[in-house]
Design a protein around this ligand. Sequence first.
Ligand code: IMP
Ligand code: MG
Length: 178
Amino acid sequence: MTIEVNNKTFAPYITAGEIQKQIDELAGRLNQDYTGKRPLFIAILNGSFMFASDLFKALTIEAEICFIKLASYKGTKSTGNVITSIGLDEPLKDRHVVIVEDIVDTGKTLSEFLPQLHDQQPASLKIAALLHKPDALAYPVKIDYLGFSVPNKFLLGYGLDFDGLGRNLKEIYQLQEE
Ligand code: IMP
Ligand code: MG
């Protein structure tokens, strides 16, 4: 069933079940890779809140999580500006850090933010992203834990919004072009 959000039509694209299955698989890998390392997950708000919550619940190892806010999107097109609005107050030196992102699109957000984290000399720095649009990637970003590789079309739901709406949807929807 298609839905209307802000006068645009979106069609179901990834079911809630498929999302959870993929998250369980990622969590399984993280549980193995980070046993005894007490990783610090840094979830990037707003979009990643749902993915971060489900991923973190699926972990069985000792782990910490914190949240920061960066934004580069307005409407359905990237504005190209990365704005930090909530800073990072955890010291990262010698910590195993995993960035949690909802989606890597152009890669601009992460490519501008990662050097700031590297400066703090973490023991390791990896990226977990639920979604990735390889065709939109303009800035090099290596995703270590990826849920789904998707075409370059606007997505909605499961934390992803269209001008503020749609984050509460349990499934991921894709914009229908008219
Ligand atoms: P990037 O800097 O271009 O990689 O964009 C990253 C951010 O833009 C993501 O963390 C999302 O918050 C947002 N974004 C990118 N693609 C979409 C989309 O298809 N739907 C909703 N938000 C998106
Ligand atoms: Mg995001």
